[in-house]
Design a protein around this ligand. Structure first.
Ligand SMILES: Cc1ncc(C[n+]2csc(CCOP(=O)(O)OP(=O)(O)O)c2C)c(N)n1
Ligand SMILES: [Mg+2]
Length: 517
């Protein structure tokens, strides 16, 4: 057995079963080992941002890491933007990066780069392997680190991948969580008992089912409101789960929403701040007078902390089905006429199948989807937590690989789609059940809105060049077809309803260009 096989075998024993890869010469021993030690299925991404975004989508759905195989510093650099999104979503991702052989690296060959400097920007854990026999320990430590909802990156020199390692033991990962302190949970419980104007803000694993159910128990006992950050990485929604609001994107609305609370308890997330520093607008959404209460640290298990808090408050562990959380779903009526952003969101809500996975990188088009006053059938929503666009299509790809029995719908802004559009090819090659709804407003609309907000004209020639996606218009139907995905364009709500209903019932990927004003 060589070092590469040891990597694969350790990965398999740690529960890894998929690898999103774009390899080069320094990773070829690992490529070969994926066949010699079967148990991990490999998927080719045609750009590293597709691989890292897919691993993020997989990690969010499965709550365990996929392996990503990247080529040296340049390959990692291409994947960083979506690793940044994964980090912000607290998604578990395990990167393996090949490095030149240790004896060759000193020659400064053309592809050599300071890989660790890149890696530390997004990885909660990283290491360069120091020897072939140390590899099982390296992988086990890396997988352990991902369990905290982190990106972990292991850099493995080529000569260690090739080194003979007969007789070395495969190590399993450990439990990374710091224990909870019952006294501090009790202190939060006391605070909640004495104030009604409290919000419980959930993030990370807190927005998975067990966390939400515990949060629902807490809400029932205390009357607190439940909130999530503006762009949560993963959220379960549907009947039986409590309704969770989101902090609005624009600062004035966010401050307005939060101002009604005396205190905010943070569970799995930190204090919200505005996306950008706007002159004359404070960065913090909370005022100095509002109390901040932290339920647990990033190194503690937030699901468990919420359950402990619910117990400390003396709430029954099995609330009545008719209690607070809505127990039935309802859908909006199908709209009619010329398509608009709002009608697109309503049509999606009216037709999304039970258990759909909604990957929302719709930027301005998606603003009304989350706010629809209906309780849709059970579904999962994933957002662009790190704000680095080009995440939707890869994330949808990884989610579909993680959950082949569920329908993935990618509500996808046009400008953002073009960063990682090659993901469509992986969707076609793997026959994934992803329907991509392109929000074709032919512009970087959010930038035009931000310009108007700050009182800057949007019609200067350079400003138009840099914010309009016209001249030539982008032909989405042919782009989709070129990657092997059937595509169609629609301009009315009726046509969208017809095509969406068809797309989610036919197997394999589909793309629908929604032509919007
Ligand atoms: C990696 C990265 N590059 C650039 C930006 C800046 N940016 C934010 S939104 C956006 C374009 C949005 O256009 P589109 O995706 O079409 O959505 P729309 O605003 O039209 O709804 C850009 C370029 C970013 N957030 N991330
Ligand atoms: Mg756009």
């Amino acid at each position: 057995m060589n070092g590469a096989e040891l990597i694969v075998r350790t990965g398999i024993s740690a529960g890894i079963d998929v690898c999103f890869a774009n390899p080069g010469t320094t990773e070829l021993p690992i490529v070969a080992a994926l066949d010699r030690a079967p148990g991990i299925r490999a998927y080719l991404g045609l750009f590293e941002g597709v691989c890292t975004g897919a691993a993020d989508g997989y990690g969010r759905m499965m709550d365990k890491p996929a392996m990503v195989l990247l080529h040296l510093g340049p390959g990692y650099a291409n994947g960083i933007a979506n690793l940044h999104n994964a980090r912000r979503a607290k998604s578990p991702v395990l990167n393996l990066v090949g490095e030149h052989a240790t004896w060759h690296r000193v020659m400064d060959p053309p592809l050599a780069m300071d890989i660790e400097s890149l890696v530390r920007t997004v990885s909660g854990w990283y290491r360069t392997s120091k020897s072939a026999p140390g590899i099982p320990g390296d992988i086990a430590d890396a997988v352990t680190a991902t369990r905290l909802g982190q990106v972990a990156t292991l850099i493995v020199p080529h000569d260690y991948q090739l080194a003979e390692c007969e007789g070395y033991e495969v190590k399993g990962p450990g439990n990374p969580f710091d224990p909870l302190d019952p006294n501090s949970i009790e202190a939060v419980a006391s605070r909640l008992r004495y104030s009604r104007k409290v919000a419980l803000m959930l993030g990370g694993r807190g927005l998975r089912k067990p966390g939400l159910i515990a949060a629902g128990r807490i809400q029932k006992r205390t009357g607190c409101d439940l909130l999530a950050p503006t762009l949560p990485g993963y959220m379960e929604r549907g009947p039986g789960l409590p309704v969770v609001g989101r902090v609005p994107y624009f600062p004035e609305r966010a401050v307005d929403m939060i101002s009604r609370y005396e205190a905010v308890v943070f569970a799995g997330t930190s204090e919200p701040v505005t996306f950008f520093g706007y002159p004359g607008v404070r960065s913090r959404i909370l005022s100095d007078e509002q109390e901040r209460i932290i339920l647990c640290s990033d190194r503690q298990n937030v699901e468990e902390a919420l359950e402990w808090l619910a117990d400390a408050l003396g709430t029954p562990s099995r609330p009545n089905i008719d209690d607070n959380p809505p127990s039935k779903s309802s859908r909006p009526e199908l709209p009619a006429g010329e398509l608009t952003a709002e009608k697109a969101c309503i049509t999606l809500a009216a037709l999304q199948p039970e258990n759909a996975i909604i990957v929302d990188e719709a930027v301005t088009t998606g603003l009304s989807y989350f706010l629809l006053p209906t309780v849709l059938p059970a579904h999962t929503v994933m957002n662009l937590s790190g704000g680095s666009i080009g995440q939707g299509m890869p994330c949808a790809t990884g989610a579909a690989i993680a959950c082949p029995d569920r329908t993935v719908i990618n509500l996808q802004a046009d400008g953002s789609a073009l960063y990682t559009v090659q993901a469509l090819w992986t969707q076609a090659r793997e026959a994934l059940n992803v329907t991509t709804l392109i929000c074709s407003n032919r512009s970087y609309r959010i930038l035009q809105m931000e310009l108007s907000r700050s009182g800057i004209a949007t019609d200067g020639p350079n400003t138009r060049t840099l914010t309009e996606l016209t001249d030539p218009p982008i032909d989405w139907v042919r782009i989709a077809q070129g990657f092997g995905v059937p595509g169609v364009a629609v301009g009315t709500a009726e046509d969208l309803a017809r095509e969406l209903s068809k797309a989610v019932t036919e197997p394999g990927p589909h793309l629908i260009e929604m032509v919007l004003p």
